[in-house]
Design a protein around this ligand. Structure first.
Ligand SMILES: [Zn+2]
Length: 340
């Protein structure tokens, strides 16, 4: 994904963004009216958190902080937003910080990151599982990231990956549609309008990455940060970050989806884990269902490019995305069975 495209449609007015195709987001008007205050709220010590949620143990060695349940481990890195949850990196909305000699985490991260991850069946009981919309990045005049000397164009690879994921989901009797099924130029707002019109229950946008630094390598999954929180790429909250978007209705489900996608992608590709990151990309903030955007390696990195050109790597990416989606859908079904 190129940065210019991530925010390419910011020129669209609010009325356009919340227009006909996004009527499902009408609730947002009231939410947006409340925007303006920084809502990160209070913090709680990790030790109190451990007692509150019956963690088996809390250990602190320097900046290495660990919370454990019977099945899950959170490894926090003090003074950063990084937490490794069961071997998968997830970016918090605010750093774990030291106050009066004790390490603390923001309440908002407890409510919207920690609790959903340790209790997905409670969090996902109000979500649905019938229709998956896959969004192959770019298309037509918009090539995306490319290395034309080697015949690599992001738009072709994302379409191939999306079609193959769709075929696997169909084998599992999951209805899956694509926002484009050919080499057409497709506006970002059209992708959201289609997903919302179809009544998508889950939206996954598929991309390959590019960066000016050719050493940047690995796989990342992007989800929307809660309103009032900075994106992972910035330490600061801008005025725009205070707006609540359609996708913020699913903050808790988004982090579960991001984790379920990133974990198998790393497991199968053995790529560097760049984590579940927070970004306000157009498509994930304007669809009315849980959503994530996967960046499946850097075309700009020699290391990644060599892999991306192999069938084995693409097989593993398809396997990872498919497994992530199926795990999410199965967890939604389980949540509904447990909470009729
Ligand atoms: Zn892209």
């Amino acid at each position: 994904m190129k940065l210019s495209l991530q925010y390419g449609l910011t020129k669209y007015s609010a009325s356009r963004m919340f227009g006909a195709g996004l009527l499902a987001c009408a609730w947002l008007a009231a939410e947006a009216a409340c925007a303006g205050s920084f809502i990160m709220g209070d913090a709680v010590s990790l030790s109190k958190l451990s007692h509150r949620y019956n963690f088996l143990s809390y250990t602190a060695r320097g900046k290495n902080l660990a919370l454990r349940t019977k099945f899950n481990t959170f490894n926090f890195e003090g003074d950063t937003r990084k937490v490794v949850f069961n071997n998968t990196l997830i970016w918090l909305n605010a750093p774990v910080a030291r106050h009066w000699g004790t390490w603390t985490i923001r309440d908002l991260d407890v409510d919207k990151t920690i609790v959903p991850l340790i209790n997905p069946s409670q969090t996902l009981k109000s979500e649905s599982w019938r229709l998956v919309v896959l969004d192959p990045g770019h298309g037509g005049e918009d090539r995306g990231a490319s290395d034309l000397r080697r015949g690599l164009e992001e738009k072709h690879i994302t379409l191939e990956l999306a079609r193959r994921v769709q075929a696997i989901l169909r084998k599992y009797n999951v209805e899956a549609r694509l926002t484009r099924d050919g080499d057409q130029t497709t506006d970002l707002d059209k992708r959201c309008i289609l997903a919302n019109r179809w009544g998508a229950d889950l939206f996954v946008s598929i991309h390959l990455n590019a960066a000016a630094n050719s050493d940047s390598s690995g796989i990342e999954t992007h989800i929307l940060p809660p309103a009032g929180c900075p994106i992972t790429a910035s330490a600061f909250v801008s005025a725009r970050d205070r707006t609540a978007f359609c996708g913020n209705r699913h903050d808790e489900a988004n982090v579960i989806l991001g984790y379920y996608l990133q974990r198998p992608l790393i497991k199968y590709t053995r790529q560097e884990d760049r984590g579940v990151r927070r970004s306000r990309f157009y498509v994930i903030r304007n669809v009315a269902c849980p959503a994530a955007l996967v960046e499946c390696g850097f075309i700009s990195s020699r290391n990644d490019r060599i892999k991306i050109m192999t069938a084995a790597y693409r097989d593993n990416v398809v396997r990872g995305i498919s497994e992530g989606i199926l795990t999410y859908l199965n967890m939604v079904k389980r949540a509904q069975a447990l909470n009729p």
